[in-house]
Ligand binder design. Structure first.
Ligand SMILES: Nc1ncnc2c1ncn2[C@@H]1O[C@H](COP(=O)(O)OP(=O)(O)O)[C@@H](O)[C@H]1O
Ligand SMILES: [Mg+2]
Length: 393
């Protein structure tokens, strides 16, 4: 917010204005002065005042006109009008236009100061109410988002569980068909080829569906969380090995710069999954010749693991959505939209947080910030990564 000055005094009688300003100043009230409505508006545009004390009858732009402008452009500014003795009508008109109050001239200093105090009090109360309302709105929005996520997570885990059974049947039957196809001597080469192609498509489809249910179930329902000393360099190398193929395919490079003997206490399976998801995302974001780097460093009693890529970056409008389950910008077959939401859930559970920094065209850095030792008690191990309770299986 811009800097506000406490009081702006507007009157065309210089001597009166100076004297009043001096007396207010003596009482600790900082005052700026203007000689007419226009000058007042000019000053307001530079230093909006909290309270304006303004004469009504002035040459040039009069007080009521200036009041209208002030109320329109600075609705929170309170205006106290000064009216000639025989001019209460001016004051009443001013009140209708939104003036805080009006005082007849000659001005009684104590009354004026009391009015200024009241006006500033009202302003403070209004600001507090606004801040409170904004805070409430933010909290309820965050709670609604967390609830949505929890509900979605529970639902997704349930669906994944149900899908695993038919998936197993499809997979088994495919295997049986494959055997039959291989043994059947009576098939024409065309039919055999077409059959093999269809079976390989089924296999690929099953594989993809399994990937999804694995992401959802493996971590939504995990009950075997174990916190132990983890060799982070070893873990990062494992991850590099696991996605080496993806890296080679896209002509990109994935390297771990984690120093040997970097240790922290955590759940190694959860952590591996997080790094795997982040590294995969990084590789999918870079073009051939791109680079993804895993680093780790201690910051106070926290461990910061960073996965940085020089890929496409994330547009601002997507940044707030990337942790939502099923949010993906990738074509089907490449993305499930689960990697980050699952990772977020795991990291939450390990007492940490994930931060993102990204610039379109320049790349992204995902930082996983973990306690060197996760809190033991608050980890409720029977809950899924989205915080939802475990449902009956
Ligand atoms: N390193 C990254 N660079 C650019 N975009 C990213 C990166 N990581 C994640 N994203 C964006 O976040 C989305 C969600 O990521 P994720 O949850 O892992 O799901 P998926 O990778 O399956 O799409 C991605 O589709 C992509 O738009
Ligand atoms: Mg991903």
């Amino acid at each position: 917010m811009e800097k506000h000055i406490p009081v702006l005094l507007v009157d065309d009688e210089t001597a009166f204005r100076d004297a009043l300003a001096r007396r207010l100043d003596k009482r600790g009230i900082e005052v700026r002065q203007a000689g007419d409505g226009e000058e007042a508006l000019e000053l307001m545009s530079q230093y909006p005042a909290e309270v304006v004390i303004m004469d009504v009858r002035m040459p040039g732009m009069d007080g009521l006109t200036a009041l209208k402008h002030i109320k329109a452009n600075y609705p929170s500014t309170e205006v106290i009008l000064l009216t000639g003795q025989a001019c209460t009508d001016d004051g009443v008109a001013g009140m209708k236009l939104g003036a805080f109050d009006y005082l007849g001239k000659p001005v009684e200093l104590e009354r004026l100061i009391a009015h200024i105090d009241l006006a500033r009090e009202r302003l403070t109360r209004r600001r507090e109410a606004e801040a409170e309302a904004e805070f409430r709105a933010q909290v309820s929005e965050r709670m609604a988002a967390a609830e949505r996520l929890a509900a979605l997570g529970t639902l997704a885990a349930g669906v994944a569980h149900e899908i695993n059974n038919p998936l197993a049947i499809i997979s088994e039957s495919r295997g049986w068909l494959e055997t039959r196809l291989a043994k059947d001597a009576g098939l024409s080469p065309e039919t055999r080829k077409a059959g093999e192609l269809a079976l390989s498509k089924i296999a690929a489809g099953v594989e993809r569906a399994k990937q999804i249910t694995h992401q959802l179930l493996g971590f939504a329902r995990r009950t075997d969380w174990e916190v132990r000393e983890v060799d982070l360099a070893g873990l990062a190398n494992e991850v590099v090995d696991l996605v080496k193929k993806t890296a080679e395919n896209s002509g990109a490079e994935l390297i771990s710069k984690v120093e040997p003997a970097t240790h922290l206490w955590s759940d190694p399976h959860g952590l591996r999954q997080v790094l795997l998801n982040l590294a995969t995302n990084g590789l999918q974001a870079v073009n051939s010749g791109g680079r993804v780097e895993i680093t780790a460093g201690q910051s106070g009693d926290r461990m910061v693991i960073a996965v940085r890529d020089n890929g496409v970056g994330i547009p601002k409008e997507n940044l707030k959505r990337i942790f939502e389950p099923f949010f993906t910008t990738k074509p089907p077959g490449q993305g499930t939209g689960l990697g980050l939401s699952v990772s977020q859930g795991i990291v939450d559970k390990l007492g940490g947080s994930i931060e993102v920094e990204s610039k379109v065209g320049a790349g992204s850095t995902f930082r996983v910030i973990l306690p060197k030792r996760p809190p033991v008690a608050p980890l409720s191990l029977e809950q899924g990564p989205w915080g939802g309770g475990e449902e009956a299986s």
